[in-house]
Design a binder for this molecule. Sequence first.
Ligand code: PGA
Length: 241
Amino acid sequence: MRKKLIVANWKMNPETPKRAKLLFLAIKRGLKKIQNLKIIICPPFPYLSIIKAQLSPIKLGAQNCFWEEKGAFTGEVSPKMLKKLGVEYVILGHSERRKILGEMDIMINKKVKLALKMRLKVILCVGETKIERKEGKTFKVLQNQLKNCLKEIEKKDFKNLILAYEPVWAIGTGNFCRPEDAKNVLLFLKRKFENLPILYGGSVNAKNAKDYIEVGFDGVLVGSASLKSKEFLKILKNLNS
Ligand code: PGA
């Protein structure tokens, strides 16, 4: 059986490299008894190299990358630079980037294409807003996001693709999507992409993480609960059994 994937998205945290290292080491120390999971930590760019030095058995992920290989793109980071730092995974299409930085499907599609070409494993986030959900548009929204973001992606590259269902209204709110509701979305996604690992993200914590695995998700994407080593290790322990 495929190992469950646990992705820690640290977002723009913690505030100093020292704290990043301490958080990472606290997680790593607690991993001794965890064998059945694949753990991916996605710190901010400046901390990638700090963590790289002590990586195993954790995998390294980035929270974004650009769609060009090199050149005059102030402030951007290329997939190749990430690869050189030992990064294996990249989160793309996160709703915070869509909402705050105006990332559109067409941009995300370009990023997915280049990241896959550079052999990064892409964790592509999709999800509906509260209003879209209320209006019954969840499946339509997801369908469009997937169609646009995966445009012209070759079937052979699908092996490096992971989908994350992240309802926007559930992210950072404590208001998680009920596992039985998330399951309906999971079934919808599995019908379209039966071989892809599909994660759930949005207010995952130690109490609810296992419920998502029990309804069939292949893992979870954890934001704020991944910043507290005790809580994160509790999630891992609950999912390892
Ligand atoms: P959260 O974030 O766990 O804090 O809701 C999840 C995410 O943004 O992926």
